[in-house]
Design a protein around this ligand. Sequence first.
Ligand code: SF4
Length: 326
Amino acid sequence: MHEVSSGEILKILRELCAERVLIQTPEGLKGEAQALADFLEENGVEAIISGDINYGACDPADREAKLLGCDALIHLGHSYMRLHLEVPTIFVPAFAAVDVVPSLERNLGEIRRLGRRIALVTTAQHIHQLDRARKFLEKNGFDVLVGHGDSRVSWPGQVLGCNFAAAKVDAEGVLFIGAGYFHPIGVALATRKPTLAVNPYSGDAIWMDNEAERLIRRRWAQIAKAMDAERFGVITSTKKGQLRLAEAKRVVRLLREHGKYARLIAMNHISYPALEGFDFDAYVIVACPRVPIDDYENWRRPVLTPPEVEILLGLREDYEFDEILG
Ligand code: SF4
């Protein structure tokens, strides 16, 4: 597993006989996208940069590439996701340079509190170091389990903000390597096991129990706010890897069966301002699970995930994280 260089991208494009390409980038790699476009044009391939910010491999711009007459799409920053794409697509994941082992070494005492048999997971940014991390932990007496995950991820041990399948193995606890809280909170809620997040940048180790509790409390508050709602907008996504039409229809059906008014809405970029003017008391987002959880403060109406609707309707008692499984 190594970084894909500009030269390798050019080689693949030549093999594809591609004359024009679209380059898609997340916010943090705009400079790299521009440099790649310059490099490709110097080497005889016409390059167009997509100005739409991209958040994941779930949102490839293959339709846009086709519309623009491109022979291929270059998707920067995320690893391969199995989707039906309209043009050949080169996924170019971005691996972080930080060494993960020193942060594990520093936190061995905390990691031991997980038990001897531990699951090891990380995000795509650190996945190239997962094997080194596993060997280091094994040398220190742990039985390390790296789950295969499902077809939504590219590598064993990889988790996404919408998919924690790789963490669901027969371990006593889960060790997450990476920055940010969303993924390890998701791991803790999806596995119901003690979860420790070790941040390789800061060297800190944080237990996720309290963080998960705090998130659940916030989500129960959203559910409580939606208790009196009668009219629900159920939003499905038109992004290829977030499209969950059958699940959205199931949610509409459930709401209607419980006497609520529910209407299906399809959107590409889901945000509250675009919905102002519609007559709904609450929304359900059946797309990227991060949207209602990360962005709810920007919504003037309660905004729920599908499992939260089930709680609202009295069909479920335990809180469950929304996941897109492959
Ligand atoms: Fe990430 Fe959301 Fe896409 Fe999942 S659906 S890959 S969490 S952006």
